[in-house]
Design a binder for this molecule. Structure first.
Ligand SMILES: [Zn+2]
Length: 75
C-alpha cells in the first residue's frame, strides 16, 4: 500500500486545543472534534490546518491549498 505524505487528519482533543486558539484561517470558525482537516497553503505564512472541504488538492505540487487562494493563483 502506498502511503501518502499528505493525509487528512481528524481533530482530536490535543489539536482542538492547539488550533482553536486562532480557529480555522480559511473560514474563521472554530474546529470541532472529529472534523477532517488538512495542512494547506493559503493567504498565510507556511501551512496551516483548515477544514478539508475548504481545501483543494494540487496534484502537481502534491499539496493542499485553500480553495479561493488556489483558484486565484491558478488563473
Ligand atoms: Zn474552515
Amino acid at each position: 500500500m502506498k502511503t501518502r505524505k499528505r493525509s487528512k487528519t481528524l481533530i482530536d482533543l490535543e489539536k482542538l486545543n492547539t488550533l482553536n486558539r486562532e480557529g480555522c484561517p480559511a473560514c474563521g470558525r472554530k474546529f470541532a472534534l472529529g472534523e477532517l482537516v488538512v495542512l494547506a497553503c493559503g493567504n498565510w505564512e507556511g501551512e496551516r490546518y483548515i477544514h478539508e472541504d475548504e481545501a483543494a488538492f494540487d496534484r502537481e505540487t502534491n499539496a493542499y491549498y485553500e480553495r479561493r487562494y488556489y483558484e486565484k493563483t491558478s488563473e
